[in-house]
Design a protein around this ligand. Sequence first.
Ligand SMILES: [Fe+2]
Ligand SMILES: [Fe+2]
Length: 193
Amino acid sequence: MIPSRQEAQELLYQYTETEALRKHAHQVEVVMEGFAKLFNEDPELWGTLGLLHDLDYEKYPDQHCIKVEEILKDKGYDEAFIRSIQSHGYGICSDVEPKSLMEKTLYTIDELTGIINAACLVRPDKSIKDFKLKSLKKKYKDKKFAAGCDRSVIEKGIDMLPLDQDQVFTETIQALKDQAERAGLAGEEEAHV
Ligand SMILES: [Fe+2]
Ligand SMILES: [Fe+2]
């Protein structure tokens, strides 16, 4: 069994109170949905994985990617789904290697959405509306900007995908634009999720 989108959101909010972490989960959710559509895969499954990937992070930061197994197993969710969550921390907090296209995509876009989020927040409109590939490439190259977002993980991820860096960046930006409100990037006046 795999959590429905509704169940995933409830679970996320139960374990995650920090607004910024909820926002990150929704950003990864909408980007995963976008890539699922691009690859003709299941957007609900990919989005749900995105929503839940950091489920154990707020409450168990020292057991990130580990505690999640217990939480989701107790609820009766599939081991394959749990494995997919754990694989996003490959080489950082887990030794589960991303194997499926879904896992490789999550691994690639997790840190990337962090850079885009930070880049939008320093814009006057705090929005992704007019954000361009060129701006992302500039921020990406500047290692001091959003320094916590590990570029080497993103690069390793892109190497696993059948896309080049520009394609991955473009698709990620577009998915966030398409669902800007859910991603919390519609600008200051817009309502939050
Ligand atoms: Fe994580
Ligand atoms: Fe994350």
